[in-house]
Ligand binder design. Structure first.
Ligand SMILES: *Cc1c(COP(=O)(O)O)cnc(C)c1O
Length: 392
């Protein structure tokens, strides 16, 4: 391929797609470990993992080897056929899942993992109403969009969405009042990601478990962003709560598209045959990448590492006591810096200093670094963030 400049690539990217994304003016062409390079050869410290995806960093040798090996053996294998690598991946995934979640439906993205969870909840309970949280984000397909709260995503599709009530996140009283005999499921992120990094109090998640059980409704945890990242395999494990359905995607295969909806034996037994499916779901390539990712997380002890280095990151950011910052929140390596004004200028100043982070909501700088980040790299990042806050 001919090497093109950032300017040329950015222009093509803009011209050839509908204008749906807020573009960063950057063309990324290569990655290694925690580093990314743009088309002009500039290097960046990755504090965003491409929205939480590349949890092991870029071009991880173990994942790359697994992808190459699988690509040279078998790329596709429809779910009506069994697959050696899919079986091994499912064994590994369910071995680290909260006890009681014994089966998984495989798909290709976060929104598909949520879509499946909602369909399974509707099919298993025969009920229709969904209770979700304000500020919650669950994806953009029409089922998942019913659970997503943000008006700008929902309004163009009003009338097409399933029945959902959005209650204030963290408030047990309104959750209690929202549940009745028509409620199919409550869906929650254990830490809200897109809207600004808001960890749920453990007692809220425990109350959601208890209240759904009493109402005969199901509990769905959307861990598409939180899985593997908060210092536990799954964020719900901090509260000791097991949902009926658990959605995983982003980091699960370190960058190869994948989604998984984990469920209890009871839900699996209640699903009519043929009620859902996916052509690409559970394909050997994604399963091989997922298996290598889960093995690496375990072998390299990256879950305890993310708890430790994440606590260090949170402490260092709080110690800045920068006048532009209202609050620093997070758990493990899922962190948010809430500013007193819009985050865009700070993200731009960080980018100019070789640091890539993300927005969450309008005033939060979101940090989702690869779990391989070291304390030294955290210190380097904090110094760069302080400089960006000063400059913005
Ligand atoms: C990103 C995200 C989704 C949607 O995942 P896609 O792969 O973009 O469809 C759903 N839920 C949560 C919590 C997410 O962070």
């Amino acid at each position: 391929m001919i090497a093109r400049s950032t300017e040329v690539i950015v222009a093509l990217d803009r011209e050839l797609q509908p204008p749906l994304y807020a573009k960063r003016g950057l063309a990324l062409v290569r990655g290694e470990g925690i580093w990314l390079w743009d088309a002009d050869g500039r290097r960046y410290l990755d504090l965003m993992s491409n929205y939480g995806v590349n949890i092991l960093g870029h071009a991880h040798p173990r994942v790359t080897a697994a992808i190459i090996e699988q690509a040279s053996r078998l790329l596709s294998c429809h779910q009506s056929f069994a697959s050696d690598v899919r079986a091994a991946f499912l064994e590994r995934l369910l071995a680290v899942a909260p006890a009681g979640l014994t089966r998984a439906f495989l798909s290709n993205s976060g929104t598909e993992a949520v879509e499946a969870a909602l369909k399974f909840a509707w099919a298993a309970t025969g009920r229709r109403r969904i209770v979700a949280a304000r500020r919650g984000y669950h994806g953009r397909t029409l089922g998942a969009l019913a659970a997503t709260a943000e008006k700008k995503y929902r309004e163009p599709f009003a009338g097409l969405l399933a029945e959902a009530e959005h209650v204030p996140y963290g408030d047990i009283g309104t959750l209690t009042a929202a549940l009745d005999e028509h409620t199919a499921a409550v869906i929650l992120e254990p830490v809200q990601g897109e809207s600004g990094i808001y960890p749920a109090p453990d007692e809220y998640l425990r109350a959601a478990r208890e209240l759904t059980r009493q109402a005969g409704a199901l509990l769905i945890f959307d861990e598409v962003q939180t899985a593997f990242r908060t210092g536990a395999w799954f964020a719900c494990q901090h509260a000791g709560v097991t949902p009926d359905l658990l959605c995983v995607a982003k980091g699960l295969a370190n960058g190869v598209p994948i989604g998984a909806t984990l469920m209890t034996e009871e839900i699996a037994a209640a699903l009519p045959a043929g009620v859902h499916g996916s052509t690409f779901g559970g394909n050997p390539l994604a399963c091989a990448a997922g298996l290598a990712t889960l093995e690496t997380l375990a072998v390299d002890s990256l879950i305890p590492h993310s708890a430790d280095v994440g606590a260090h990151f949170l402490r260092r950011l709080r110690e800045l006591e920068h006048p532009a910052v209202r609050e620093v929140r997070g758990r493990g390596l899922m962190l948010g810096i809430e500013l007193k004004s819009r985050s865009t200028p700070v993200l731009k100043a960080m980018q100019e200093r070789g640091l890539l982070a993300l927005p969450a909501g309008t005033v939060v700088v979101r940090l989702l670094p690869p779990l391989i980040i070291t304390r030294e790299q955290v210190d380097e990042a904090v110094a760069g963030i302080a400089a960006a806050l000063d400059a913005a």
